[in-house]
Design a protein around this ligand. Structure first.
Ligand SMILES: C[S@@+](CC[C@H](N)C(=O)[O-])C[C@H]1O[C@@H](n2cnc3c(N)ncnc32)[C@H](O)[C@@H]1O
Length: 213
């Protein structure tokens, strides 16, 4: 089932861009480059935001389809697309109904986005649908802390109380790899880290991962 409510978070979009600028300087730019390293062919990026990943795509990528439903972020992504090192098409669409045919993508990039979609399981099924057999999914997401930890309890509380309303629908206690493996994708690599390094915020636990179809 798809969710066709418009994604409209202009205030969050401004706040996110300010936070992201600081984060880029604290190592996020290096995580983005590592996330995209070695990709080739047609790549679908879901929830591309202001296009912060676009400058990091390697020249072996022949085409990026960058999906972004939030109008003000999409406008920034369009600007970033103009100076990207590879051809980029920016599309107004949502993760629930991705604008590619079955098996059209050689790779799908999910970067800090499954926290914010209304239905991560449906988004994961869509990712599996558009990925060609043998294709790969690159993931950089913040994730739920281990069950039973104090940080996990904090995440569950802030998700109930205010976090999604303040931060454009973001949830801190999600399990993106669980959604993707439940959709039939196989986990090939995963690396867990805190971002920013050493922090203990609800969004600190991160994973960078690679899954295959
Ligand atoms: C935290 S931002 C991350 C942006 C970007 N991926 C980055 O790495 O900076 C979350 C992004 O998910 C997008 N988003 C929210 N709901 C979405 C949906 N249903 N489908 C696709 N993207 C969505 C937001 O508009 C926003 O661009």
């Amino acid at each position: 089932m798809t969710d066709d409510r418009p994604v409209h978070h202009p205030v969050f979009a401004r706040v996110y861009r300010a936070i992201a600028r600081v984060a880029e300087g604290r190592g996020l730019a290096e995580h983005r480059a590592a996330l995209l390293s070695g990709l080739s062919g047609t790549v679908l990026e879901v929830g591309a935001g202001d296009g912060a990943n676009l400058r990091h795509y390697p020249s072996s990528v022949t085409r990026v389809v960058a999906v972004e439903p939030e109008a003000s972020l999409r406008a920034r992504a369009l600007e970033a697309a103009r100076s990207a090192p590879v051809p980029v098409t920016v599309v107004d669409a949502v993760a629930d109904a991705l604008p590619l045919t079955d098996g059209e993508a050689d790779a799908v990039v999910l970067c800090l986005v499954l926290c914010s979609v209304p239905d991560p399981d449906q988004a994961a099924r869509e990712v599996a649908r558009v990925l060609r057999p043998g294709g790969e999914v690159r993931v950089l997401e913040h994730v739920a802390a281990a069950p039973g930890t104090r940080l996990r309890a904090v995440q569950e509380r802030v998700d109930r109380w205010f976090w999604p309303r303040l931060f454009g629908g973001c949830h801190t206690a999600r399990d993106p790899l669980g959604a993707l493996t439940a959709a039939g994708l196989s986990l090939a690599e995963e690396e867990h880290h805190r971002f920013p390094p050493g922090s203990a915020l609800p969004v600190s636990p991160h994973v960078r991962a690679r899954l295959t179809s």
